[in-house]
Design a protein around this ligand. Sequence first.
Ligand code: 5CA
Length: 483
Amino acid sequence: MRLSEYFLPLLRENPSEAQIVSHRLMLRAGMIRQSSAGIYSWLPLGLRVLKKIERIVREEQDRAGALEILMPTVQPAELWRESGRYDDYGKEMLRIRDRHDREMLYGPTNEEQVTEIVRASIKSYRDLPRMLYHIQWKFRDEVRPRFGVMRGREFLMKDAYSFDLDAAGAKRSYNKMFVAYLRTFARLGLKAIPMRADTGPIGGELSHEFVILAETGESAVYCDRAWLSTDILATEVDYHGDLEPIFQRWTGLYAATDEKHEPDSCPVPREELVEARGIEVGHIFYFGDKYSQPMGALVIGPDGETAALEMGSYGIGVSRLVGALIEANHDGAGIIWPESVAPFRIGLINLRPGDTRCRDTADDLYGKLLGANVEVLYDDRDESPGAKFATMDLIGLPDQLVIGPRGIAGGTIEVKHRRSGERQDVSIETALRLLTASEPGPLAASAPGTKARRPGRARSEGGRKGPRSGKLQDGERPIPDPA
Ligand code: 5CA
């Protein structure tokens, strides 16, 4: 994508309404714009990130055996009267009347809707277990929408629902989602810690919140220090096998929200206990027949007896995750996207669009990157180098490629790794090979025998003297980032 043809409305100043860094950066980087309190439009850059998160969430749901559907945002009030939640839900529910004066609502969640679908179609234990999910906008008229997309009124959620014959089956489904959540958040580059939690208006007896640690988190959380060095993706998962040992392993390490933490009976010694703030990015519930019983979602079991379905529900805050990711990945200059969710893999900067050689080189490189299916944002605008560097740092693409007249004269371009700030001069061929070969980025860690420049050195094309350091030799491969 050429920046000259893109819609990236950046803000120079910090917007006064934004209290936390993710909200500030999302507005400044042109990712979102507020429509009304807690309701946002997603602009091209923000939407790309949202879609990337959605994709990872979807892949892990599919892998765990959940089936994607799409339920409506607007639901009939009768369904919620059947479960008894229409009145209970209170002012958080946006209630609507249609032209026939029928009571409708904008869904804050979909337990009733999905139970209605399943009760009409599943009558026998032979059709169980089933797990259905969708990724759909929700509306909750929060008393205090704040922190941008972190606590919105309209927000995107992935919600899955499991249907089993009995409690043992329901626990197996719960375990599947528990493990899928650990994997999903790890793939997003986040350490989300499962914590025993209250069930609130969803109801039920077993529930875990998945919480990432961040200073701006809304709740206080406590966990064993060992959580900080765990590697979830290292565990092999067979969703058809017994997941209880994995569940036991990850729930065996202490972690609790404020509501559940008891300082006096906490099993973790003080020096090993991390006290932090947390952001809830997911929440899973097992609630048995809370909805199936009143709504008559019944199946015939192998013994011929009729029983209410055993259910669970499993939510991920997809739009909240965009903010949470920024809270966990930023510095003074802007956002630092993990590769898995970056809106573009590479930012290509042409420092001198007016210079024919620079332009030809940049255009050529851009074409080759596109040809290799690398997502690249190409700053071909007629702006100052300072403005271009600041823009790229603000929007936080994992690697930047900088093309300028001096480098071209010596046959090189500069590669800058956004997270470490390290820079190297490499030939165009080397840059292409590195960036089209494999993840992670070329400067995720320095290749042996190379000297990467540390951040803080002069970055402009002018002002550099002497030979450049840090060339990767052809044939050398970068060492993957251990993070
Ligand atoms: N029905 C259940 C699970 S499907 C449910 O609604 N759970 S929930 O209320 O915990 O929401 C699931 C996730 O949505 C939360 O963990 C959180 O990450 C996200 N979420 C909830 N409320 C908001 C909000 N106002 N703004 C942004 N994200 C939210």
